[in-house]
Design a protein around this ligand. Structure first.
Ligand code: SF4
Length: 194
């Protein structure tokens, strides 16, 4: 549906359309704010995306309902800018692996990636997608550390493994290490090399 069509819908009509997605009342107001902002730019996304990244990010953050993660998702996925998106999966993985970063705020996590990786939008896109997939499949809320490729470099995973082995008592040990067998990825720039 085009921004123009979304603007023509009444709040009640839009709420009815997106009701199945949950939180539809809040989402309706956010969508209305977004298409209103796009309308203020003559619905010309190409012209909007000509702006430099910092300016565009500031504009996006000024729109009701757009936070840093959403703004950066638009910058990366829609505008093709090399901006790393930080979401809950990324924070959880970084924290569990134990990669040092500047503070617990969004920018601290983001700088970890932007300072250690080349500014490549396609690679950021793929990298983030892989983190999300890993978070869904393996590094879940209840992580499946014993089947994780990052086990040997993960502080949390290693701290959990001994206890898990004691409980399960069924995993083979690598000779001389006392650690469970796993496929260890090469260490790179802060462990970030994709
Ligand atoms: S070892 Fe466990 S905590 Fe660490 S990244 Fe893998 S699944 Fe997550």
């Amino acid at each position: 549906m085009s921004p123009q069509a979304l603007r023509r819908l009444s709040v009640a009509e839009l709420e009815a359309l997106i009701r199945p997605s949950g939180y539809y009342t809040v989402k309706t107001h956010k969508l209305k704010a977004l298409v209103s902002w796009v309308g203020a730019h003559d619905d010309d996304l190409a012209a909007i995306f000509v702006e430099n990244t910092e300016q565009l990010r500031e504009e996006l953050l000024a729109v009701y309902g757009i936070g840093e993660e959403t703004a950066d998702s638009i910058l990366l996925y829609a505008a093709g800018r090399p901006v790393f998106v930080i979401d809950a999966y990324t924070r959880r993985l970084v924290d569990r692996v134990g990669i040092p970063h500047e503070g617990a705020g969004y920018s601290g996590y983001q700088r970890l990636f932007s300072l250690n990786l080349p500014p490549d939008a396609a690679m950021f896109n793929e990298y983030h997608a892989l983190i999300v997939e890993h978070g869904k499949r393996t590094c879940r809320k209840m992580p499946l550390c014993l089947s994780c490729l990052l086990l040997d470099v993960c502080e949390y995973g290693l701290s959990q493994t001994a206890e898990t082995l004691l409980i399960q008592g069924a995993r083979k040990q690598q000779p001389g290490t006392g650690r469970p067998r796993s496929n260890r990825p090469a260490r790179g720039t802060g462990g970030l090399t994709p």
